[in-house]
Design a protein around this ligand. Structure first.
Ligand code: ADP
Length: 305
């Protein structure tokens, strides 16, 4: 499989802070690769090094077989990048900003395919491109960068927390555009701290903590990490037996336990038979996952400092 991104023992120091501490990340062609970790884990620093916007302190970073620091301008023609917090030019309209960003990646002035793609994207993202940049909200500024990214085909799309300013409807549009570029054979690296988002759109996941990758694999391989939390109101008596339940506890009339996510449907008939009330089924959060696997380390760790 062709490696699109590879880092080995990648290290980045800012003074005494080790933002990256020996990071090994591999993204192969055609993957939609989720890059998951809490704030401060090192996601943006990694992405900035992959884009040649920051220089590594030590270790290796390779993108399309090249060195992102040395070969930045050649690589940028193949990469579409959307940062988490997009700045736009206050005096340019949305359309001018999209055109400008797209031209940097090769869209021509009279490029009909580009214009059609831009018009379609403005429509699906419900974006009014006629307003000046200074009037745009965070979500609209993100749309400028997303539309520019999706309007010109790329081999690699890098998104750094791309949906933080989008409403749920626009998140769906974002996902459907991801499916489209994936169908066209592109590779995607998507950083996020929201596990359900990554579960919905990604086929591979790498989890970063304190500047290192702590888990990597396909979603199926990582499924053993992702348990679903279930709780319901119960009457007095000993807690019921639920197939596949972990950490079952009963507290103040409420029964709580976790289930392997692929066994939820199996447990539902048993819950129905018990006639439970106030049933809550919650997908696992990234935080639960970290707390379960890394214990006190995480809350004491640098991510929350
Ligand atoms: P994430 O994207 O996962 O939230 P970052 O890569 O932004 O994490 O940050 C990783 C660590 O590096 C944090 O401790 C952050 O404070 C530090 N850091 C990032 N950029 C800089 C910088 N320019 N100067 C100093 N410290 C930085």
């Amino acid at each position: 499989m062709t490696e699109i991104v590879r880092t080995r023992d990648l290290t980045k120091r800012y003074g005494r802070v080790a933002a990256l501490d020996g990071l090994d990340l591999t993204v192969t062609a055609g993957q939609v690769h989720g890059f998951l970790g809490p704030n401060g884990a090192g996601k943006s620093t990694t992405i900035r090094i992959l884009l040649g916007l920051a220089r590594r302190t030590a270790g290796e970073a390779v993108v399309f077989g090249g060195d992102p620091w040395r070969d930045a301008s050649a690589l940028h023609r193949r990469i579409a990048y959307v940062p988490g917090d997009v700045s736009v030019w206050p005096n340019l309209t949305g359309a001018e900003a999209i055109d400008f960003l797209s031209r940097l990646r090769g869209a021509g002035r009279r490029d009909e395919r580009y214009r059609a793609a831009k018009d379609r994207l403005c429509e699906v993202f419900q974006f009014d491109p006629r307003k000046k940049g200074r009037t745009y909200s965070k979500g609209n500024r993100q749309k400028v960068a997303l539309i520019a990214a999706f309007a010109v085909p790329a081999d690699l799309y890098i998104f750094d927390e791309p949906t933080s300013g989008l409403d749920p409807l626009m998140e769906l549009v974002f996902r459907s555009e991801l499916q489209r570029v994936r169908g066209a054979g592109a590779t995607v690296l998507l950083s996020s701290h929201i596990l359900p988002e990554v579960e919905q759109v990604c086929d591979h996941v790498s989890i970063i903590r304190a500047g290192r990758i702590v888990e990597t694999g396909t979603l199926a391989e990582l499924r053993h990490l992702t348990r679903t939390s279930v709780s319901f109101t119960a009457g007095a008596g000993s807690p019921p037996s639920i197939p596949g339940a972990h950490d079952l506890e009963s507290d103040g009339g409420r029964v709580r336990f976790s289930l392997d996510s692929d066994r939820v449907t199996e447990a539902l008939p048993e819950l129905a038979r018990l006639g439970v009330e106030g049933l809550r089924i919650e997908p696992p959060s990234l935080e639960d996952l970290f707390l379960r696997h890394y214990g006190d380390d995480v809350s004491a760790g640098r991510e929350h400092s």
